[in-house]
Design a protein around this ligand. Sequence first.
Ligand code: ZN
Length: 159
Amino acid sequence: MTSQQLELIARRGLTLPEPTLTRLRSVGIWCEANLTVQRRDQDWLIRGQESGGAVNDIGRYVGFCKEDGSALSWLQPVKNFMPNGLHAILLAKGPIVAPQFFRSNGSEARVTHLYQQAIFKMTEDVTCTQCKHQHLLEPPSLEVSVADLESVKVSAPVA
Ligand SMILES: [Zn+2]
């Protein structure tokens, strides 16, 4: 394998063989594995798209988790009428992780305990037929400080 091929794998992850990609396209499973980098204010952020799903005999899913294996929050969920496509947009400060099951030689990848929950979720979503929802990304938590709560003014119409 050439150094250019190794660099491409490092940037994009492993690619599936063309017959598999053709089969995924023909059954309507769409995944976006590429990540982009965006600048927001003073930060560089990583943008990814949780996507994919399954039909009866084949599935593919791209999902992301934090470096410690815990869930990330989505930036925007995507309500899609078509299954097995885009489910949510992710924007994270990074680093983020896209767990994989196998090495390039086809041997089973060792999964550290850290990523077991993410791997379980990936197993679930790669077999989720007609998938229309996120599996790894979660809704953002509402982090409201006491000062913010105290500054909220509630008004009601006077009868
Ligand atoms: Zn699903």
